[in-house]
Design a binder for this molecule. Structure first.
Ligand SMILES: [Fe+2]
Ligand SMILES: [Fe+2]
Length: 483
């Protein structure tokens, strides 16, 4: 008998039928785990039923995958067509998975009964609404030696407009931002007082930060660009970390390494904890010997990280970041390397992020920071000398000439805040802007306009940016409008 390969798989069933069968068997088992302990006969039976679907599919197809995409299930990449009688099962399972932030299951090998039980009990015990559950599951699977299963994070699809990115997501990004600041504080404290550090907590936080950034880059970049926070040093670290992760994401660094990059960036200036406060906080020009001291912070950073045993595999990344971030692309910076070396990718990324964030905020006596178009101009000029030229390009695209959160004056005298940058590099000067209008003594959010809009009869742009404005002068708290 000739067997058709596709679309029928497994026991001659169509993908939709098999997919539904898998979901219902798996869902029954998952629910079973909340009612019975794993030695119960009911669990044995449910596990067995589940295996009878999984293993034949893995055998014939090489794997079994189930992925959630916008409320639909894809079974081995084919969308499951929901039949009326199966609706409540699929819907119920969808909800269970969403609650746990798991968006993908994959069996890459046939699996044994006990291992399947391990996996399902693991899923069942996950806390709700924790975005990094999938990471936890993956670690546990690794720990238990279960190689046949992978899980993936629930993908949340960003709507086109940043404007509608959900309030929850924004809140989450904001929490991550401020938690990161307190993490830097904790680390600085632990360095100063030689206390032990909760590295696991730090790593988890960084994974959250990466997730937040992947899903809601705009809010985090916006937060990084707002200049009116206190505690400049802590903010600087977190901002550099955000910029670094965002660059990393754009050049395709896998998530796992993004969190390493973020962590290395977060502590690139850790050596400054060893610089006397008077020098660190001095507003005027530094004396030559003070400058020399200041320039030791990369070396101090290396020493500090080396003294902290807790970082494990991460420490070499952190050492590179601390050592290389002022070294410059052509190695003319400091500290002078004793031998010729090629900077690490992380070092080059962090150097770009560090330079920008250092200039973009008010420095010492100089109350007005550089506007970002000026900084980007400098970076472009020094591209290939101070900075990796490819990274400068990526960075300029990302920040835009008018970064998120920039207050701008338009040619028709309206003022607005940049809320979304165009993907097209040619149109970096035509972002989307929220207009502000003034009434009752304060500014209010008005409509969002797209500066690409053209006036029909004339073919000219409706609005142009004339220049950037300082929010402090207008008593505008930019963060209120974009977060
Ligand atoms: Fe530095
Ligand atoms: Fe820095």
């Amino acid at each position: 008998m000739i067997q058709e390969k596709t679309p029928s798989i497994g026991r001659g069933l169509l993908p939709t039928e098999l997919g539904t069968e898998f979901v219902s068997a798996f869902y029954r088992l998952l629910r079973g785990t909340t009612l019975y302990n794993r030695k119960n006969l009911v669990i044995d039976r449910l596990t067995e039923e589940c295996l009878q679907v999984i293993n034949p599919v893995v055998k014939s197809e090489g794997h079994l995958s189930l992925k959630i995409v916008r409320d639909n299930f894809f079974f081995n990449n084919v969308m499951i067509q929901v039949k009326v009688d199966q609706y409540s099962i699929l819907k119920g399972f969808l909800q269970e998975m969403k609650n746990r932030w798991i968006g993908e299951l994959e069996f890459t090998e046939e699996i044994e009964e006990e291992k399947l039980k391990d996996f399902v009990y693991l899923l069942s015990a996950l806390e709700e609404n924790n975005e990094s559950n999938y990471l936890y599951v993956m670690r546990q699977l690794e720990h238990k030696g279960i190689e046949a299963v992978n899980v993936g994070k629930l993908e949340v699809f960003k709507d086109e407009e940043v404007y509608v990115s959900s309030a929850d997501q924004k809140q989450y990004s904001k929490e991550v931002y401020f938690e990161s600041i307190s993490l830097v504080k904790d680390v600085v404290e632990s360095v100063k007082h030689q206390k032990l550090l909760n590295v696991r907590k730090a790593k988890r936080l960084m994974q959250n930060a990466v997730n937040a950034l992947v899903q809601d880059e705009s809010t985090l970049l916006g937060l990084a660009n707002i200049k009116n926070y206190d505690e400049a040093i802590f903010n600087h670290s977190v901002n550099v970390s955000i910029y670094a992760i965002a660059i990393g994401q754009r050049i395709g660094i896998p998530k796992k390494y993004l969190s390493h990059l973020g962590m290395a960036a977060l502590f690139h200036d850790i050596g400054k904890t060893k610089i006397p406060k008077e020098i660190l906080n001095k507003t005027g020009k530094l004396l030559p010997e003070e400058l020399a001291m200041m320039r030791l912070h990369p070396i101090f950073g290396v020493e500090t990280v080396m003294a902290m045993k807790e970082w494990g595999e991460l420490s070499s990344r952190m050492i590179d970041a601390a050592f290389e971030h002022h070294l410059k692309y052509d190695l003319t910076g400091y500290p002078k390397p004793t031998q010729k070396r090629r900077l690490t990718l992380f070092g080059r990324i962090i150097a770009v992020a560090d330079f920008y964030d250092t200039l973009v905020r008010p420095r010492g006596g100089n109350r007005f920071p550089y506007v970002s178009e000026k900084i980007l101009g400098i970076m472009l000029q020094r591209s290939g000398k101070d900075f990796d030229p490819a990274l400068v390009k990526v960075f300029i695209n990302m920040i835009g000439v008018f970064p998120l959160g920039t207050l701008v004056l338009l040619n028709n005298n309206e003022i607005g805040i940049v809320i979304q940058i165009q993907e097209d590099t040619e149109l970096l000067d035509r972002p989307k802007v929220i207009l502000l209008y003034y009434s009752d003594g304060e500014y209010h959010k008005g409509e969002m306009v797209d500066l690409r809009e053209v006036d029909e009869p004339t073919g000219e742009f409706k609005r142009n940016i004339v220049r950037t404005l300082d929010p402090n002068q207008y008593h505008i708290n930019v963060s209120e409008f974009i977060i």
